[in-house]
Ligand binder design. Structure first.
Ligand SMILES: [Zn+2]
Length: 227
C-alpha cells in the first residue's frame, strides 16, 4: 500500500521476487516484479514472513476474513491498488497469486497475460477490504470502463461496481448478505407504503352518512326559508 511506513521487517523481505522502488514522495512507493509468471501461478505464500493478527484494522493492515485483520510485515505492504491488478491476495488460501490481465491491442482481443519482470505489483483493494477508512480517487491508469474511479471498501462499492473483479470468498458472502438485507428493507418499505395507501383509502372512503347529508340539506333548506 502506498503509505508512509517504517518497515519493522528486514528488507528486502522477498529479494527474489519484489523490488521496492522508493519515490521522492513517500506516498508513491511501489513494488515491482523480479519474475515472470503465468496467470494463476503462485507468487508467494502469505505465511512467510508470518502475518500477525490485529484486533483492529489499520491503514497498513489487510483483511483476512469477516472478522480478522493482519499486518503483513513484508515488502508486500508496498503493493499498490489497481483496478486491473497484477496479483490477487487470496486470504483463505493465504496465497498471493498472479492475476489474469487483458493483453492490450485489437488483435490481442481475448488474450490474457500474467506477470512480467518489471511489472508493478498491484491488487484490487476492495477484493479483501470490506470497509475502507480512507476511500480515494483511483489513478491506476487502467483506462476508461476499467478503472472504477472512486475506490472504497467492498461495502461502499457494492457488487455492481465490482463486476468482473476477483473477490475473496468472505467478501462475496458479505455482498450476498448486503443484497439480501437491501431486498428485505425494500420489501419493508413497500409493505409500509401499501399500508399507508390502505389507511389513506380508508380515510378517503369515509362517505358522509345519510344523516349528515340530510342535515346539510336541511341547513340549506333552512337558509332558503329565511330568505
Ligand atoms: Zn483504477
Amino acid at each position: 500500500m502506498s503509505v508512509p511506513v517504517q518497515p519493522d521487517w528486514p528488507q528486502p523481505s522477498h529479494p527474489e521476487l519484489i523490488e521496492v522502488r522508493y519515490s521522492a514522495t513517500e506516498f508513491n512507493t511501489s513494488a515491482h516484479s523480479l519474475v515472470s509468471l503465468p496467470p494463476g501461478a503462485l507468487f508467494t505464500p502469505l505465511t512467510s514472513p508470518p502475518l500477525t493478527l490485529t484486533s483492529t484494522k489499520a491503514y497498513s493492515s489487510i483483511q483476512l476474513s469477516r472478522t480478522e485483520h493482519a499486518e503483513l510485515h513484508s515488502d508486500l505492504l508496498y503493493v499498490n491498488h489497481s483496478c486491473e491488478p497484477s496479483l490477487v491476495f487470496d486470504m483463505a488460501a493465504r496465497e498471493v497469486r498472479v492475476a489474469s490481465r487483458r493483453v492490450q491491442g485489437e488483435e490481442q482481443e481475448g488474450k490474457e497475460r500474467g506477470l512480467e519482470v518489471g511489472d508493478e505489483l498491484t491488487f484490487f483493494y476492495p477484493s479483501s477490504e470490506w470497509s475502507m477508512a480512507q476511500p480515494f480517487e483511483c489513478r491506476c491508469g487502467a483506462g476508461e470502463g476499467v478503472c472504477k474511479g472512486w475506490i472504497g471498501g467492498a461495502k461502499e462499492m457494492g457488487r455492481e461496481r465490482m463486476k468482473g473483479m476477483w473477490l475473496n470468498a468472505f467478501i462475496e458472502e458479505l455482498l450476498d448478505e448486503q443484497e439480501r438485507e437491501a431486498a428485505a428493507a425494500a420489501k419493508d418499505v413497500e409493505a409500509t407504503a401499501v399500508k399507508d395507501v390502505e389507511v389513506t383509502a380508508k380515510d378517503g372512503d369515509k362517505q358522509p352518512t345519510v344523516k349528515e347529508e340530510r342535515s346539510k340539506r336541511t341547513e340549506r333548506k333552512g337558509s332558503c326559508n329565511v330568505q
